[in-house]
Design a protein around this ligand. Structure first.
Ligand code: URA
Length: 194
């Protein structure tokens, strides 16, 4: 799919009928944050609160995400935050493969316009869509992958920390790794290292 600019992408997403999720959605959640952005966070799909409000990660999982960011010295408003799927799957079920495929051109176009240096995949749906279709998040989290000049850092989905508090320390370690990588990129850019 071709989008001549961000506004065109926004319009196509807002009127999208490519999958049945469009029948039950209240508010399509495209994402929020600066464009361009050095870092992009990609979650799974909007939940109930996000569907009401039209913004990503503003419900319970968003609260955990905000705490992880603050504890790692990162400011939410400096990151672009979105999801693989832009419409809430009913009952918060996992998005189906055909829904992910229908929505993926939008995420790919967002990446093209936002031009991030680092993409954090929050959970296995994002990791499978962007890094490796066979990925198991428990095995790849915290590892840095480079694809087409972009660093990908997979970590647990914040909602997984609500279910299993034992994952919190590992997630925090991953966010601190993100901060360190970002700091290093900025330092290299300002000293002219390519
Ligand atoms: N879970 C997600 O994956 N994304 C959101 O925006 C909210 C909850």
């Amino acid at each position: 799919m071709d989008f001549k600019d961000w506004r065109c992408l926004e319009e196509k997403v807002k009127s999208c009928k490519r999958c049945p999720l469009s029948l039950s959605v209240k508010n399509i959640v495209l994402g929020e944050g600066p464009i361009p952005a050095t870092v992009m966070l990609v979650g799974e799909a909007p939940g109930a609160v996000e569907d009401e409000v039209g913004r990503p990660f503003v419900g319970p999982a968003g609260e955990i995400l905000n705490r992880l960011l603050a504890a790692s010295g990162l400011k939410r408003e400096t990151l672009y935050i979105t999801n693989v799927v832009k419409c809430r799957p009913p009952g918060n079920r996992e998005p189906r493969p055909e829904e992910i495929q229908a929505c993926l051109p939008y995420l790919k176009a967002q990446i093209g316009f936002i031009r991030p240096h680092i993409i954090v995949c929050l959970g296995s749906v994002a990791a499978r869509a962007l890094i490796d279709p066979e990925a198991r998040i428990t095995q790849i989290r915290g590892k840095i992958f480079c694809r087409a000049g972009i660093y990908f850092l997979p970590t647990f989905h914040p909602a997984a920390l609500l279910r299993d508090g034992g994952k919190k320390l590992l997630a925090l370690k991953d966010f601190k790794k993100l901060k360190a990588l970002w700091d290093k990129l900025e330092k290299d850019l300002s000293s002219g290292v390519s």
